[in-house]
Design a binder for this molecule. Structure first.
Ligand code: ASP
Length: 456
């Protein structure tokens, strides 16, 4: 049995949903179909999830939001019309949305989750309805009925272990299951969403639950590329990569697959295949446990912006027991998570995503670090990018960092930080944001300049 997940652009319009149906009927092993909310039909378009966030926020602020509601309904109405489904399903969706809007708003996080999740929930109902209209034996299954249990943290659900046993029951269903992505239910019965882009996570959980032989993740590109095609023209396609490689690349800006989505599939050793709804014949990219890496120690180059560093210096820091813990405690007290901590003998830098900071938080942490840790110097620098070279086997291959630093030198990019060794599959360079694209291009040229088309 295969689990096939279709992302936002794959279900953005009637025309796209017809392609989804063709893909599903083409392989009878595709028994579980996970769907996103309708995404963008073109670059200027707005995702239904974003329309819903606007709807929820307007309702919370003004107590009503008819115009925003109509904008959502009309997206479904257009799809239903294009699929010749008739008015009934649009009525079902409108009734559902109005019921959600009349829910208790005293906990805005819970209310917003309820509204956001309607995007996938209603799309799953609509798509199941369309499959039935084509004579397929298909059924909408809700995460509640299936027992997709998650933690009770609005917008940041984590799957609970017992969910997998519950989901295993879906194996016994005869029909094609159409399942909404992006949310589950807490033990208390609250609807809770995963982080944005979380339908990938649902797909992976379902694949692990039903012990699928393959998790297919349908999106709008033929494969994962070795670098961002918006930065490097015509980058090579990756044919096979490991879970760890994908995890590192998706952490650093490869948006094709959610970084949290790998874990459930990885734990059950279920291969993941990234495929294109608009070109299902293309082989796609397989994500598996192991690959031969001797030919290609490096599989991809990624970069992500928006990092800052808290630089701390104190003479004899290396001898002060508990210094690191106390420093990190100050960050924890502010609810900040960090990404890297490269350290010297008397100094350390804590690298964080800078969107977590406000002027007040910055002021508070700088004051506390100065006063409580009696440091010689502390300051925050902003607007860094992390460029990552990713590949299994890189650490066993002589000369990778030499080639990378030489490439960055050629591009005249100053390296602010290097992190090699903590991860076995990546080498991270901290650079100034404005250098990101030229760094990626030069690194790409160095490691893939001679490649022709695909890398294993
Ligand atoms: N629709 C949700 C979002 O836009 C979840 C998803 O598509 O994966 O974030």
């Amino acid at each position: 049995m295969k689990v096939a997940k279709f992302g936002g652009t794959s279900v953005a319009s009637a025309e796209q949903i017809r392609k989804v149906a063709e893909i599903v009927v083409a392989d009878e092993q595709r028994k579980v179909v996970v769907v996103s909310a309708p995404g963008k039909r073109d670059k200027e378009d707005t995702k239904v999830t974003d329309l819903l966030i606007h709807l929820g926020e307007t309702h919370l602020r003004d107590g009503h939001a008819e115009k925003a509601l109509q904008a959502v309904i009309s997206r479904y109405a257009e799809i239903a019309q294009g699929l010749e489904l008739g008015e009934e399903i649009v009525q079902v969706i409108e009734t559902d949305l109005r019921a959600r809007l009349s829910f208790d708003t005293s906990h805005p996080g819970k209310f917003m989750d309820l509204i956001k999740a309607s995007g996938e929930d209603n799309n799953a109902k609509l798509i199941a309805n369309y499959f039935q209209s084509r004579g397929l034996q298909a059924v909408y299954v809700s995460p509640k009925e299936a027992g997709l249990l998650v933690s009770d943290e609005p917008g940041n659900a984590q799957v609970l272990p017992e969910a997998y046993d519950n989901l295993r029951e879906l194996r016994n269903r005869k029909e094609i299951i159409v399942f909404p992505g992006f949310f589950g239910f807490s033990k208390e019965g609250n609807l809770v969403t995963f982080p944005r882009g979380g339908s990938d996570i649902t797909g992976s959980i379902l694949a692990a639950g039903v012990q699928a032989e393959l998790y297919e993740n349908f999106t709008d590109v033929d494969s994962v590329f070795a670098a961002n095609p918006m930065v490097v023209s015509n980058p090579v396609k990756i044919r096979r990569m490991t879970y760890r490689e994908m995890r590192e690349l998706s952490y650093a800006g490869f948006s094709v697959f959610h970084d949290e989505a790998l874990i459930p599939a990885f734990r059950q050793s279920i291969p993941v295949c990234i495929k294109n709804t608009n070109n299902p014949e293309a082989r796609g990219t397989m994500i598996i446990a192991e690959r031969e890496y001797f030919m290609n120690p490096v599989i991809g180059i990624a970069a992500d912006k928006g990092f800052c560093t808290i630089y701390v210096r104190k003479y004899l820091m290396n001898r002060e027991v508990g210094f690191g813990r106390r420093l990190l405690q100050i960050l924890e007290d502010e609810g900040l998570s960090y990404e890297h901590i490269p350290s010297g003998i008397d100094d350390t830098s804590v690298i964080l995503r800078q969107n977590q900071l406000t002027d007040e938080i910055e002021h508070r942490i700088l004051t506390r670090i100065k006063e409580e840790l009696c440091v010689d110097d502390v300051f925050i620098e902003k607007d860094f990018a992390m460029v990552m070279i990713v590949g299994e086997g890189m650490h066993n291959t002589v000369g990778i960092s030499a080639r990378a630093t030489a490439a960055l030198a050629r591009a005249n990019v100053n390296i602010e930080m290097i992190n090699q060794g903590s991860s076995e599959v990546s080498l991270v360079f901290g650079i100034h944001e404005e250098d990101t694209d030229v760094a990626i291009r030069e690194l790409y040229e160095e490691f893939f300049g001679a490649a022709d088309g695909t890398v294993q």
